[in-house]
Design a protein around this ligand. Structure first.
Ligand code: ANZ
Ligand code: ZN
Length: 838
């Protein structure tokens, strides 16, 4: 081979140009091949551009999709822009340019940054959520939701960010603050649109076990849905100066007393009903305002409510938090089981938004109630006894409630029963109801902002809410001079009279367009479907194409974003399934979250910390191939790792080594085999075993997203190549093909230099020969300075160099070698290896 020095700039520019010209990444339609759909969470094109953390996930999907293509799959690996929403709009306001212009500019910038890294996206399928031909279908889905009764207007108080001046969904809050700007969110009553995601709570939960997702992501979905099985129990209330059965109760004609009012609680521990010694209302409970006249200390209560208004739900329910509360004087409740009269308290640890907003307090068996009762001197009554005496003893002395289950005591006819089993009987004995509650709330779906999809309905003076007819979609977002929030709680769209005033589609009389827009999450709820058929003018997606491509086989993105996005997208997907638009029950059957790349200082990469590393710079200096390898070698894919600019040198040396090996490529395999030289044959058998073991390992590692160990396998193999006197064309072609997904430019360059006519990315993935791998496995103890630091499983016929190379790369060993250089290595064949650094 005729080789020059390794010049990454020249090679990478040349290869990228060639790929684009030959359109080698165009996804085929009507293919007979099996499909593989690999998807990245599409970015919102912010003004800051990419930092080195962003491409990590994209590099992984690029590797994976190249690998699948080489394995005979028809691959769909698209990219697009999630360009509506607050970040794009806030950026535009700050920089005083129309969001459409900034989005355009930022998309250009992102695309350029992505292209120099050498990704294989099929750009002919690019989508942009702000494109009218795209959001036409987002609006169309909204109309379907409306038609099926799953979109409705509501007038409950919603979360309001006073800084962004828009309503927010629960999911948009972090610790009670606006997730975008950090301002403390207020409650503000206003008209809004909501989607009935709660109708899907059960299915969103029950389909989770079948998904190949990280357990932590599934857990966050479960917590978000927050299913709990419990009971609702009614407590009668009356004026505290009245005697039971007298005033305060209305006597019905049949002679039975009916309480004038009651408090309904939600409990998961109905078995502890006899132990209830007081009730607690959330400060927002309607009963408080309603009974203002009967409450003797109303002023104090109002004061308490006012003081605790700004606290977030997380703050309010934190176990560590000092309990606050105030007794509601003038009213008392009756425990329906024990008939004891019990006080009613108001405390902020009870949330209005969960259950019924009222709690029956059982201080003996609930930690929050226990802390509260101790602070305010309320009675504690034990009603469940542990089956283990020592825990009971602990409960009596210790600062804890006994929260376990056991045997019921102090509970009349229920004494001696198992606490778990007695629940239903206790509930029915007091006329309660078994219920299932969810923490999930309906999704507040309107934003009082400019930069979003207009909600496609009009409000007619006569007909009320009328959907825009399908043929009039999209309702285009009009241009507006002033797109900053109005401050009135209405979207800036409300100021455009010409746009707002329209005839009613039904009766032609005067109507006004809905001026609220959709939240940013809307566009990302279904974009994966549009990539399957991005240009379709008549349908959201062609059914045949959907059947072929769905579901997404591998989905990759940030865990932070994932919890909310995944629940919304799964909801829409299930809805689209119900109206026969999609053929699978879940959109993304496998998901990998990308571990963050932190700054060199260990902090999150951010302008604020001045620790941002720009990928363009790294690519310019070291090359895209080196950058890609470095990002994948930095640590296990799903774990966070710190960027280390020095670490990039190791990756660069690896690429250069491959380049050097290219110079040694000589004869054909058949020629060597005919040589009758025993020594050579031994070397060649060892080498073949390592080669084939590596094929097996790298294949399995890519499939399972263990890119760092795949690269270390390739590094070890490359050292073996380096030790060979000459490298056979056939063997080198195997190494190159394994390298191709990781370092697509240099691999293609060397591949073409071998005389191949077509790009390496259209070639076949190498297959390993199991016969060449077979070897007895042994465990080798690894020591550093005589101390055991790890263990290595390897074949009995591994070469000494192979064992040593593998041993130093083990995570558990590496850290002990970091500080010093290896002065000496003692190797007891197939048993022990000791690295001496002193
Ligand atoms: C009495 C009781 C006794 C409770 C006991 C627990 C232990 P999960 O499992 O999360 O659904 N609760 C109900 N509504 C609440 C609200 N709005 N704010 C704060 N806490 C509330 O929790 C259900 C339990 O949380 C309920 O069961 C209730 O306390 C409390 F030994 O009722 B329990
Ligand atoms: Zn009308």
């Amino acid at each position: 081979m005729n080789m020059r020095e390794y010049d990454h700039k020249k090679i990478e520019a040349k290869r990228q140009k060639r790929w684009a010209k030959k359109k080698i990444y165009k996804t085929e339609e009507n293919s007979k091949l099996p499909k593989c759909y690999v998807l990245d969470m599409f970015p919102y094109p912010s003004g800051e551009g990419l930092h080195v953390g962003h491409p990590k996930g994209y590099i992984a999907t690029d590797i994976y999709s190249r690998f699948k293509k080489m394995n005979g799959y028809n691959v769909l690996h698209p990219m697009g822009w999630d360009a509506f929403g607050l970040p794009a709009e806030n950026y535009a306001i700050k920089n005083k340019t129309h969001p459409r212009k900034t989005v355009e500019k930022n998309v250009e910038r992102y695309k350029k940054q992505l292209s120099i890294i050498g990704f294989n996206y099929d750009w002919s399928r690019e989508i942009n959520t702000t494109d009218p031909s795209y959001y036409k279908w987002t609006q169309w889905i909204f109309l379907k939701l409306l038609e099926k009764g799953l979109a409705y207007q509501s007038f409950e108080p919603i979360n309001w960010c006073p800084s962004c001046q828009t309503g927010l969904a629960n999911e948009d809050l972090e610790d009670g603050k606006c997730e975008r700007c950090g301002t403390i969110v207020e409650k503000k009553p206003m008209r809004q649109w909501a989607l009935k995601i709660t109708n899907y709570a059960d299915r969103l939960l029950s389909d989770l076990p079948g998904l190949n997702w990280p357990e932590s992501i599934k857990e966050s979905q479960r917590n978000w849905i927050g299913k709990s099985e419990g009971a609702e129990i009614d407590f009668e209330i009356k004026n505290s100066d009245e005697k039971n059965g007298k005033t305060g109760f209305i006597t019905k004609p049949d002679g039975k007393n009916e309480p004038n009012e009651k408090i309904t609680v939600f409990t998961t521990r109905a078995d502890t009903l006899f132990g209830v010694t007081y009730l607690v209302l959330s400060p927002e409970h309607p009963l408080i305002q309603k009974n203002q006249a009967k409450i003797s200390n109303f002023n104090e209560i109002a004061d308490y409510i006012q003081k605790n208004k700004a606290k977030s739900e997380i703050e309010r329910t934190a176990e560590s938090k000092e309990k606050t509360g105030i007794e509601l004087k003038g009213l008392i409740a009756v425990n329906p089981a024990s008939k004891e009269e019990i006080p009613i308290w108001v405390a902020d640890y009870v949330l209005a938004s969960y259950g019924t907003g009222a709690v029956m307090a059982v201080p003996a068996h609930d930690q929050q109630d226990f802390a509260f009762a101790n602070k305010f001197g309320l009675p504690i009554k034990q009603v469940v006894a542990s089956l283990f005496a020592e825990i009971v003893a602990h409960f009596k002395e210790g600062p804890h409630a006994f929260i376990g289950t056991g045997k019921i005591v102090n509970s009349g006819e229920f004494n001696g029963h198992d606490s778990q089993e007695a629940k239903t009987a206790i509930v029915s004995s007091v006329g309660g109801r078994m219920v299932t509650r969810y923490k999930l709330r309906d999704w507040v779906f309107s934003r009082q902002r400019y930069w979003g999809e207009p909600i496609p309905v009009v409000h007619c003076e006569k007909c009320g809410v009328v959907p825009v007819s399908e043929k009039d979609l999209p309702v285009e977002l009009p241009d507006v001079k002033n797109y900053a929030p109005t401050g009135t709680g209405e979207s800036p769209l409300a100021t455009i009279d010409k746009w707002v005033n329209v005839p009613c589609p039904k009766c032609r009389s005067h109507a006004r367009r809905e001026t609220n827009t959709m939240p940013q999450w809307a566009g990302s709820c279904w974009y994966y479907l549009r990539y399957m058929d991005p240009k379709n003018k008549n349908r959201l997606v062609d059914p045949e194409k959907e059947k072929y491509w769905a579901p997404v086989d591998v989905y990759v993105g940030g865990a932070e974003h994932a919890a909310r996005h995944l629940i919304y997208a799964r909801f829409w997907h299930k809805f689209l399934g119900d109206i026969n638009l999609v053929s699978t029950s879940e959109p993304f059957i496998r998901f990998h979250s990308v571990g963050l790349i932190m700054g060199e200082d260990g902090q999150k990469m951010s302008k604020r910390f001045g620790n941002v590393v720009n990928p363009d710079k790294i690519v310019e200096i070291y090359g895209a191939d080196t950058f890609r390898i470095c990002e994948m070698f930095i640590g296990p894919f799903e774990q966070a790792s710190s960027w280390d600019t020095r670490g990039i040198m190791g990756s660069r040396r690896f690429v250069e080594r491959i380049w050097r090996i290219g110079r040694k490529v000589g004869g054909e395999k058949s020629a060597v085999k005919s040589q009758k030289n025993d020594g050579n044959q031994k070397i060649s058998a060892d080498f073949e075993r390592i080669l084939h073991t590596t094929i097996a390992k790298v294949s399995a590692d890519i499939e399972s997203f263990n890119f760092n160990t795949a690269i270390s396998g390739l590094m070890i193999l490359s050292k073996e190549f380096e030790n060979l006197p000459t490298v056979l064309r056939e063997d080198f072609s195997i190494l190159l093909r394994m390298l191709a997904p990781f370092a697509p430019h240099v691999a293609d360059e060397l591949w073409l230099a071998l005389g191949n006519k077509e790009s390496i990315h259209l070639s076949e993935w190498p297959k390993f020969d199991p016969n060449k791998i077979a070897a007895t496995m042994v465990k080798i103890i690894i020591q550093v300075d005589g101390k055991v630091r790890g263990e290595l499983e390897t074949g009995t016929n591994s070469t000494d160099a192979e064992v040593k190379n593998k041993a130093v790369l083990l995570e558990s060993v590496k850290k002990w070698l970091n500080t010093g250089e290896i002065k000496r290595t003692v190797y007891v064949k197939n048993r022990l290896i000791n690295f001496v650094t002193r």
